[in-house]
Design a binder for this molecule. Structure first.
Ligand code: SF4
Length: 120
């Protein structure tokens, strides 16, 4: 399996929804679902745009290894994410692209040699 795929929504017997994102990469670690911004955004869309309620859990499923990593997202966490995304959207609309250097992001940035604020 190659490339990106949309996540699957699975209805559990309880009537709740489990959101499952299938991955071909072996990079899925047990803590991956806990930290995944992508899964958080999918959960937010599920709750607020699709009106399906907050998923009972979110899961990364590594197809190559038949391994899964699951986590929960609270309403408070999704509310905070929604506010954060709205703030980012406002900054983009205002053309606020101030650099945010950090050793991590600048470490792999192709423009670090040109950037006046590189954190390298
Ligand atoms: S080197 Fe500059 S452009 Fe690249 S990530 Fe760092 S701050 Fe951003």
């Amino acid at each position: 399996m190659q490339g990106a795929a949309l996540p699957a929504l699975t209805w559990r017997l309880s009537g709740s929804v489990e959101l499952i994102d299938y991955k071909s990469s072996a990079a899925t670690s047990p803590e991956s679902a806990e930290r995944s911004l992508q899964l958080s955004i999918y959960a937010l869309v599920c709750r607020d745009a699709l009106d399906l309620g907050r998923p009972e859990r979110v899961t990364l499923y590594c197809v190559d290894e038949s391994r899964r990593s699951s986590a929960e997202r609270t309403d408070a966490a999704l509310d905070a994410l929604r506010s954060d995304l709205a703030a980012r959207a406002r900054a983009i609309r205002a053309s606020d692209f101030a650099p945010t250097p950090s050793p991590r992001s600048c470490g792999w940035c192709d423009f670090a040699g040109l950037c006046p604020v590189s954190g390298r």
